[in-house]
Design a protein around this ligand. Structure first.
Ligand code: CAA
Length: 258
């Protein structure tokens, strides 16, 4: 694979979108490669957290590839959106926690990719935006859906309609970025968050991810029942026994993740 690099380090998979000359713009081939990489990671029990970032100094991902997109007809435009939406949904629903390490421009499809991840850690140099209406289109990789769910309808509409690019500090203020860190410390700080999460009972973390994601698409009563099912399921695991025994015996839990 040339457009998406991946490397494992002690249970964390680092995935890098690698088209720095085009500011890591997502062409069709890159979207497909990303889908294949995610399919591979999803099956791996030894990988607990995935960190997604962009190659080079300037960009996380500067959007869908405009050079490839400009000749599309209506059906092809729709197909491209569906293809990327499906890959991003895989990221949203995979059992591992996925963290975007936003190292620069996260625009259009790049902002949308970061929003499909569970958390976003932003370098001070990060810039977020949905500039699609500058191009005569609208966000098509699920930005019209994920952005309002993260920051509320009003600010989402403002960002989409005005195309204003926001810096990391503003992204943090509106809840788009979870944390802002020094540019040179981005990967270290992101890995620290990954390792903190990995020290918990990952079975519970993974089910909590499902409960938040799936529950938000249900009516409230169904979501409560779903949460109760997930809660009950935890009582079939070693982790629940270990976590509670460790608390009661005033020692640190050592989880096996099942
Ligand atoms: N698609 C294709 N190529 C892109 C690109 C994109 N989204 N973004 C940047 N590039 C290319 C540029 O064309 C340029 O290529 P050349 O060197 O061959 O000319 C190279 O990357 C470097 O870019 P710039 O010279 O423009 O760099 P800059 O520092 O002056 O500007 C920028 C940086 C502000 C991010 C600017 O590149 C830019 O505005 N990019 C487009 C951003 C955008 O509109 N993204 C949304 C795309 S649509 C979309 O994503 C739809 C959707 O919902 C999925």
């Amino acid at each position: 694979m040339e457009n998406v690099l991946f490397e494992e380090k002690d249970g964390v998979m680092f995935v890098t979108i690698n088209r720095p000359k085009a500011l890591n713009a997502l062409n069709s081939a890159t979207i497909e490669e990303l889908g294949e990489v995610i399919d591979g990671i999803e099956k791996r029990k030894d990988i607990k957290v995935v960190i997604v970032t962009g190659s080079g100094e300037k960009a996380f991902v500067a959007g869908a590839d405009i050079a490839e997109m400009h000749v599309l007809n209506a059906m092809q435009g729709r197909e491209l959106a569906r293809k990327a939406q499906k890959v991003f949904s895989k990221i949203e629903h995979m059992p591992q926690v996925v963290i975007a390490a936003v190292n620069g421009y996260a625009l259009g499809g790049g902002c949308e990719l970061s929003m499909a991840c569970d958390l976003r850690v932003a370098s001070e140099k990060a810039k977020f935006g949905q500039p699609e209406v500058n191009l005569g289109i609208l966000p098509g990789f699920a930005g019209t859906q994920r952005l309002p769910r993260l920051v509320g309808k009003g600010i989402a509409k403002e960002l989409i309609f005005t195309t204003d690019m926001i810096d990391a500090k503003r992204a943090y203020e509106i809840g788009l970025a979870n944390k802002v860190v020094k540019h040179e410390e981005l990967m270290i700080e992101t890995e620290k968050i990954a390792r903190k999460i990995m020290s918990k009972g990952m079975f519970g973390v993974s089910l909590a991810k499902a409960a938040v994601n799936d529950g938000m698409n249900m009516d409230t009563e169904s979501a409560y029942k779903y949460e109760a099912d997930m809660f009950g399921l935890c009582f079939s695991t070693e982790d629940q026994k270990e976590g509670m025994e460790a608390f009661l015996n005033k020692r640190k839990a050592s989880f096996k993740n099942f």
